[in-house]
Design a protein around this ligand. Structure first.
Ligand SMILES: [Zn+2]
Length: 161
């Protein structure tokens, strides 16, 4: 699901009527200018958590920061601009913007203070294909997590609810 800019700019007596797709990864929290793939009109938008907070507002004479990934013209059959058309759409690079490429948060305790195994690397383990099954000998395999758990227990930071 993504937002769109339906360009209605007058172009030779007819509206541009091009739909510029704002793919969610890149525009979810974004402020900047984007061009219409057809007529090149620059629009300012400010999107917060996927919600169009400001815009789209025309910014004549300004340069766009980026382009839509894809655009089409619903009143014109299947006419469209696929990704990577020079000066109209940007290439598809299979990745979100650099700012959103984070590192995984290695959580060793749940919000209730119980040890969890959603971190890596897991210690060399036992069981079928190292799966450990339902048995996690935490004291033996992950002594530092066990120690942390004991400290949390002592401080009363472990809850059931
Ligand atoms: Zn346009």
């Amino acid at each position: 699901m993504c937002d769109i800019i339906w360009c209605k700019k007058d172009k030779g007596g007819k509206p541009c009527d091009t739909i510029n797709y704002l793919d969610p990864y890149c525009f979810w929290n974004w402020e900047g200018k984007i061009n219409c793939a057809e007529c090149g009109t620059v629009y300012y938008i400010h999107m917060i958590q996927g919600f169009m907070y400001m815009g789209p507002e025309e910014r004549p004479g300004e340069k766009s920061d980026t382009s839509p990934l894809y655009a089409d013209k619903p009143y014109d059959g299947y006419a469209n601009y696929r990704p990577g058309v020079e000066g109209r759409t940007r290439p598809f690079q299979c990745i979100p913007r650099a700012k959103l490429l984070g590192v995984a948060d290695m959580v060793k305790f749940s919000v209730r203070g119980r040890p969890v195994r959603g971190w890596r690397p897991q210690p060399p383990s036992a069981g079928l294909a190292g799966s450990q099954g339902f048995n996690w000998d935490i004291q033996k395999l992950s002594p530092e997590v066990w120690e942390g758990y004991q400290k949390k227990l002592a401080k009363g930071e472990v809850k059931d609810w």
